[in-house]
Design a protein around this ligand. Structure first.
Ligand code: FAD
Length: 503
């Protein structure tokens, strides 16, 4: 085995949104005791998007791996806790379901809990699946606690995420990254210079200052300055599967208790989100401009908010899909420069950290390595396919037909990969999932069950279990869960205890 040849000595990150500063924090943390330089350039002329406010549980692990204290982060970003997402009116008007993240009950005699529940359902037990989900029961009762403090209780398998103020999160990550040696340069990139073999050599700012590097990270948002404009990497457009292409967003005052979950409400031409933070609500309406104008979408959003508007409504156009190659030559694209899928399952910030973690596992030298790059691109592509399929599942199983948008969902093509997943599930409730899948089995079960997609039967091995004994066991588990939930503090009480300085 040889010593690393030609290691990268300088990283240049273009863009200082969540993606840029998360990249800065991750690389800064790895190289803080070495002579590898990390420089981040951000423009004062281009604002960050500033709307990534709901997250999924792996963010907690990312913060921990960077050595960031959770309660300090929550105080600094005015964050609240999130047990999952409540989907309202998706199946039909007036119907709702909950998508939690953690375990659904425990395995029984080696059988998956979901299969046990399916068997009881087939034997006439109508207890809803979510009655066994710690997060769903905690959310319904507006309670919170930290799961690892409840070891050996029915709550220990619960998983949580955060709602956070995207601008404050960006600032926090910036201070963190700078404190570990990441250099910040304020400037507007105007030119990208390439070498003869097509790699990026340097970027030149409008001030005339040129910054050279060995490896470049494109975090320039929808502008895609490096991977798109300079390297001409194609964009795979997925709008035939997910037609929404705009969002209107507005921040409002809090007018109700801070719920420990996100609300996603189906609307006439898309859906709206409502994300409670400690100091305000984040709201948005994701829609397709073929079915509704910006003015109509804005009016619908404003009708759906409960507090007073703190900002004027802002329309953000987007195009669903991703770059064919998210790592090309000596450039890695992250965040909005990499791709975009509507925020129905709050996956974008996670894709940034997952891309970074994968990049670290496949870390390059200055030499081009086609094998590492190809595998990296394949894996990220696979993640996007998984999320795309999961998002389409929310729509294509609807029974709504009250507007042209929803009527069209009855005929829209769905990805073959999703069709295979649904067909497979429809047999015995099994899931087709990759080994390093982004969504846990719980996520698929929650949405499939929430949208009333029912398998024909359960797995026949469940016949080895006696239905009466199984019923007793599930009932006991459910009662214990309810009792344990009611002993927990309210979400607000917990926030006040956990981050006292800010409340
Ligand atoms: P941006 O925040 O746009 O930052 C781009 C940076 O590039 C800025 O600093 C800008 O100054 C800089 N820049 C641009 N051009 C130049 C230039 N020429 N020179 C120098 N610098 C330049 N994600 C979630 O995880 N959860 C959510 O709930 C969620 N909701 C969303 C809702 C909507 C409507 C949208 C559009 C996105 C949402 N996202 C969500 C995604 C999330 O906002 C982004 O993934 C995340 O904020 C990362 O953005 P970014 O850093 O890639 O880009």
């Amino acid at each position: 085995m040889q010593i690393t040849q030609d290691p990268i000595k300088k990283f240049v990150i273009v863009g200082g949104g969540t993606a840029g500063w998360l990249a800065g924090a991750t690389l800064g943390n790895i190289f803080k005791h070495s002579d590898v330089e990390v420089e981040l350039i951000e423009s004062e002329d281009v604002n960050i998007i500033g709307v990534g406010e709901a997250t999924i549980p792996p963010l907690i692990d990312t913060l921990e791996s960077l050595g960031i204290d959770l309660s300090e982060f929550i105080s600094a970003t005015q964050a609240s806790f999130k047990w999952g997402i409540k989907f309202e009116n998706w199946y039909q008007e007036g119907h709702s379901y909950f998508h939690p993240f953690g375990e659904l009950g425990k395995r029984i005699d080696g059988h998956e809990f979901y299969q046990c529940w399916l068997k009881l359902k087939a034997h006439g037990d109508n207890t809803p699946l979510m009655a066994y989900s710690p997060e769903a029961v905690l959310a319904e009762n507006m309670r919170f606690f930290v799961p690892h403090q409840a070891m050996n209780t029915p709550l220990s398998g619960a998983r949580f995420a955060l709602h956070l103020d995207a601008v404050l999160a960006g600032k926090y990550l910036r201070n963190f990254a700078q404190s570990i040696g990441v250099k910040r340069t304020v400037g507007h990139v105007e030119l990208v210079d390439k070498t003869l073999d097509g790699n990026i050599a340097s970027v030149t700012l409008s001030s005339g200052h040129t910054i050279a590097g060995d490896f470049f990270i494109d975090c320039s948002g929808f502008n895609s300055l490096l991977i798109g404009n300079a390297l001409n990497t194609d964009y795979q457009d997925w709008s035939e599967y997910l037609p929404c292409n705009r969002a209107v967003v507005v921040q409002t005052t809090l007018s109700e208790d801070i719920a420990p979950y996100t609300i996603s409400r189906a609307q006439e031409a898309g859906w709206s989100w409502h994300i409670p933070l400690q100091h305000r609500m984040g709201n948005g309406y994701v829609y397709c401009d073929k079915y509704i104008s910006d003015e109509q979408a804005t009016a619908t959003l404003m009708k759906n908010i409960s507090g007073k508007a703190l900002t004027p409504p802002r329309v953000i156009p987007f195009r669903t899909g991703l770059r064919e190659q998210v790592w090309h030559k000596n450039c890695l694209a992250l965040g909005l420069a990499q791709g975009f899928l509507e925020p129905l399952e709050s996956t974008a910030i996670h894709l940034v950290s997952k891309s970074l973690a994968l990049f670290v596992r496949m870390f390059p030298t200055k030499q081009h390595n086609a094998i590492l790059q190809a595998e990296f691109n394949r894996r990220i592509h696979q993640d996007y396919v998984e999320i795309r399929d999961f998002l389409v599942l929310h729509y294509c199983t609807t029974k709504r037909s009250d507007s042209p948008f929803w009527q069209d969902w009855q005929h829209r093509p769905i990805p073959q990969t999703l069709q295979q997943r649904i067909n497979f599930f429809a047999q015995q409730g099994g899931l087709l999932r990759e080994t390093e899948a982004l969504f846990q089995a719980t996520s698929w079960y929650a949405v499939l069950d929430g949208m009333k997609v029912n398998p024909l039967s359960y797995n026949p091995t469940l016949d080895a279990l006696d239905a009466k004994t199984l019923h007793k066991s599930l009932n006991m588990g459910r009662t214990a869960l309810e009792q344990c939930v009611l002993k927990q503090p309210s979400h607000l009480q917990f926030l006040q205890q956990y981050c006292p300085a800010e409340n």
